[in-house]
Design a protein around this ligand. Structure first.
Ligand code: ATP
Ligand code: MG
Length: 870
């Protein structure tokens, strides 16, 4: 079976068991502060499992793009070195939300693997939770019993809490799990060593393929467990590992998912796969990472220097330096793999093909810039080694290695590799200590203490903010949260007009009032799809009734900017072309920001044209046409602009103003006229192929125009109310240039005059003509003066000029060539004398100058210089 067929067979199998097949959620998570990337199939169902979202389908199955490179699941260091961990991989999964439980889950897993895929039963092993007396949990006999229909008792292995008890986080749903392992070794090997002894033993050919989690508990903040009302089945099977087993390969990289990419790498580097372990590892790393990088770009997460973007950047850099170190790639090469990737994955994930140009551009630019950093880092390391050599050391400090790691993205092994080639080592303990310190700093900064939810009353939380700005409500639950020594409360309300930050639009602030009490709501955010209202205190009586009212002024300004964003989006596509796709947006009361794909800087004319179109739409006063519950297919048929990498449900909200149609959950003006006007205030590049515009709307434009008008009026005042400001300024500038030229001329004449005067007044000492000047020339003028004097006499001459110009002292020394030949040096004289003006200088033996900080010392400096000449 091809990988395509295997994926499809899984979905077909569970569809036949009445599962609803749903699409993969985006790999990059945008609206969850606790998680950057999807790391398991269950992430997208978290809100259902927590009871915050309704159960639409009790049985669901899918193939989910996962990424395990940060946080709780981080496999990055294994990737490439072993043959079965990836950064990005697909997880096949089936779920039951309060429907079937262990029996069906286990029986279907067995049926699928052994009857549909016909895997050899003799090669399969399963694990069950052994229990934990300290938690009062007994062995999962129930699961073991079900398995015993299919497997002899010795192949049902007990597993400990670490491997066989799954928890979503510090708190929340959890339960025992049961894993299926497969032994893919050759028969001879299997006869030699019993597979049983290798399960969970990190053998690359005896590995876990499927984990079945039975969520039946809820972990509370004090660590205790309580029963979960609706039990959940959550399973995850590694697609690449399954393909390896079915296709009879010994490594995920030998399957049809990776071979075309490995082949393309081999061609670029002119190195065959399977010849040498070092180059093989590098090729696997690159084949793996190119997928992660490309998929995160299509999901809208570009490499950057913060958060999720930084994680992606580091992955790319890891691949580049494996290529650099082991495959001799000194220039960008990863971007050339996009073709092979599209060939393998483009059918299942067409976004790779539609966004191919963007993927290539972004990767190439990142590679180029990292290769430059790499060169800088290598030079730095050379310097460090040089210094160590001079002081007779063969070890460089862990601190230096850490700086390289932290600022130049040099992993320790690369530093070590370069050091080894030069017979150096690094102090690893120091390096680890530095690393530890940094981790602790990060942990302390991020530490959040979250209390348990206190339930005031049961009920659902409804958002009424599309229709109301103030609404009567009650508190459903609340909890205390402590972060960076600040304590605040999170409140969940039964009905709320507060918009919780989402889709780039900031959350509402406002108040909760009851009688004479007013509780301020600082912000509203979504957490696991619950709108949480953030306040610094709790009301005296949490059980009472309240009126929740948003800050209307702030909301209106935000709405104006949000609707303006839609109009600008449409106008950008009209002016620049339909390759313009939204890549990010941020809407606040003050301004809006819109990022989009476009490959060059927008011209002044294009910006103008976009503003013109948007402002015309504003004046046309299109009413808001809001369709709250539209089936997604219908919305797309209307031409609604959906964002790739955004998670949409089956019914969506469509926002229409005239011809602008977007899927959007945000709040908007009720007709475009209320925006007043929109103005783009900046246009810039934020990454290869991505531009950003910032704009303001409504009253903010009025304020901007006022400020500009005021500046203009003041300029006009300065220009004595001339009617034509531009001509007046141009004329002044021209006059200025002319005057400068004249002054130059005068100065020149003055210097000539000065030259003659000084020569006349010059004294002679030991046959040397000493020309002394003290005055207010600039250093440049003093130089001209000295050279002019030299033009007249270039033997037995010494010029010493001390100047203070605009409070800055300078010293100029010139010696004729014969004096230099006799051993005098202007640089030494200038340096020594400049001490009197607290300065230093330089130049050549015949001419030197020095600046300083102490104008009062200029007389002494001249005297010092003269005495040195004497
Ligand atoms: P392992 O111990 O092999 O790292 P795991 O216990 O971390 O696996 P789970 O979290 O249970 O795995 O994930 C479910 C399935 O996803 C695993 O059985 C495995 O087939 C697959 N899987 C997990 N991590 C990876 C990875 N980094 N790359 C590819 N497949 C993976
Ligand atoms: Mg793992």
């Amino acid at each position: 079976m091809t990988s395509q067929e295997i994926r499809q067979s899984f979905l077909d199998f569970f569809a036949s068991k009445n599962h609803k097949i749903v699409p993969s959620a985006p790999m990059v998570i945008k609206d969850d502060p606790t998680l950057m990337f999807t790391n398991a199939g269950m992430n997208q169902f978290k809100n259902i499992i927590l009871g915050n979202d309704p159960i639409k389908y009790p049985r669901v199955a899918d193939s989910q793009k996962c990424l395990r490179v940060s946080g709780k699941h981080n496999d990055l260091e294994e990737v490439g070195h072993d043959t079965y961990h990836h950064t990005m991989f697909e997880m096949l999964g089936n779920w039951s939300f309060g429907d079937y439980f262990k029996k069906e889950a286990i029986e279907w897993a067995w049926e699928y693997l052994t009857e549909v895929l016909k895997l050899d039963k003799e090669r399969l092993y399963v694990t069950v939770f052994e229990g934990s007396p300290s938690e009062g949990l007994s062995r999962d006999d129930e699961a073991a019993e079900i398995w015993s229909q299919f497997l002899p008792a010795e192949r049902i292995i007990n597993g400990n809490k670490k491997d066989n008890f799954w928890e979503m986080g510090d708190t929340g749903p959890c339960g025992p799990c049961s894993e299926i392992h497969i032994d893919i070794r050759d028969d001879a090997e299997r006869a030699r060593v019993d597979g049983l002894t290798l399960v969970n033993g990190s053998h690359p050919q005896v590995i876990e393929i499927w984990n079945n989690v039975f969520m039946q508990y809820n972990r509370k903040a004090d660590g205790s467990l309580e029963g979960l009302p609706a039990k959940v089945i959550d399973t995850g099977m590694g697609f690449e590992r399954l393909c390896m087993a079915i296709q009879g390969k010994k490594s995920n990289y030998d399957t049809d998912i990776f071979q075309p990419i490995i082949h393309a790498i081999g061609k670029i580097c002119d190195i065959a796969y399977g010849q040498n372990e070092k180059t093989d590892v590098a090729m696997r790393v690159i084949a793996d990472h190119i997928r992660t990088i490309a998929f995160s770009i299509t999901d809208g997460q570009l490499p950057s220097n913060a958060k999720a973007g930084y994680v992606i950047r580091r992955i790319l850099r890891r691949a580049v330096r494996y290529g650099y170190t082991f495959l001799n790639q000194r220039s960008a090469f990863m971007y050339k793999l996009t073709d092979a990737l599209c060939e393998v994955m483009g059918t299942a994930y067409p976004e790779l093909i539609t966004q191919k140009t963007l993927i290539e551009k972004v990767i190439k630019e990142e590679e180029d810039s990292f290769l430059r950093t790499l060169e800088t880092g290598i030079r730095l390391l050379d310097k460090v080694m040089d210094e160590a050599k001079k002081s007779g050391k063969t070890t460089i400090s862990g601190k230096d290695a850490f700086t390289l790691y932290d600022t130049f993205g040099f992993p320790l092994d690369l530093t070590e590799l370069i050091l080894r080639e030069n017979n150096f080592t690094v102090n690893i303990n120091d390096f680890n200590a530095e690393m530890q310190q940094q981790k602790e700093r990060a942990r302390n900064a991020a530490a959040v203490e979250t209390g348990d939810w206190v339930t005031v009353r049961e009920g659902d939380s409804n958002f009424v903010g599309y229709d109301y700005t103030s609404y009567d409500t009650e508190i459903l639950r609340y909890r205390k949260v402590k972060q960076k020594n600040q304590e605040y409360y999170q409140l969940v309300l039964s009905n709320t007009p507060f918009y919780a930050e989402m889709g780039g639009q900031v959350g509402d602030s406002g108040v909760l009032t009851s009688g004479s009490e007013t509780i301020e709501i600082l912000d509203t955010k979504k957490e696991n799809n619950l709108a949480v209202h953030i306040s610094t205190k709790l009301p005296a009586d949490v059980t009472g009734g309240f009126t929740a009212s948003i800050n209307l002024e702030k909301r209106r300004a935000t709405e104006s900017n949000h609707s303006a964003t839609h109009l600008l989006h449409e106008a950008l596509r009209e002016v620049l072309g339909t390759h313009v796709e939204q890549k990010g947006s941020y809407v606040s009361p003050e301004s809006l920001r819109f990022d989009f794909s476009h490959f060059q800087k927008m011209t002044k004319e294009e910006i103008r044209a976009v503003e013109r179109i948007a402002n015309r739409k504003i004046r046309e006063n299109h009413p808001l046409h809001e369709m709250r519950e539209t089936p997604i297919a219908e919305a797309q048929a209307m031409g609604a602009m959906a964002l790739f990498g955004e998670k949409y449900g089956e019914v969506v909200r469509v926002i229409q103003f005239g011809t602008s149609t977007e899927l959007c959950g945000g709040t908007h003006v009720d007709s475009t006229g209320r925006i007043g006007m929109v103005r783009i205030i900046s246009e810039s590049s934020i990454a290869a192929g991505i531009r950003r515009i910032e704009a303001i709307s409504g009253e903010a434009v009025e304020l901007l125009l006022d400020t500009q008008q005021d500046i203009l009026s003041e300029v006009r005042d300065i220009l004595h109310n001339t009617p034509d400001i531009l001509t007046a300024i141009r004329k002044q500038t021209e006059e200025n240039t002319e005057l400068k030229k004249q002054i130059e001329g005068f100065n020149q004449e003055k210097i000539m005059q000065l030259r003659d005067d000084l020569l006349q007044k010059a004294t002679e000492v030991n046959n040397i003509k000493i020309v002394r000047y003290e005055g207010s020339l600039t250093a440049d003028q003093a130089k001209t003066l000295a050279f002019q004097i030299r033009n007249i006499q270039n033997n037995n001459l010494c010029v010493v000029a001390g100047c203070v110009n605009e409070g800055k002292p300078s010293l100029t020394i010139l010696l004729s060539d014969d004096l230099v030949a006799k051993g005098l040096n202007a640089v030494n004289i200038a340096r020594e004398a400049a001490k009197e003006i607290q300065g230093g200088g330089g130049g050549q033996p015949f001419f030197a100058s020095a600046g300083g900080k102490n104008p009062a010392g200029i007389k002494q400096a001249i005297a010092k210089a003269l005495s040195l000449v004497r």
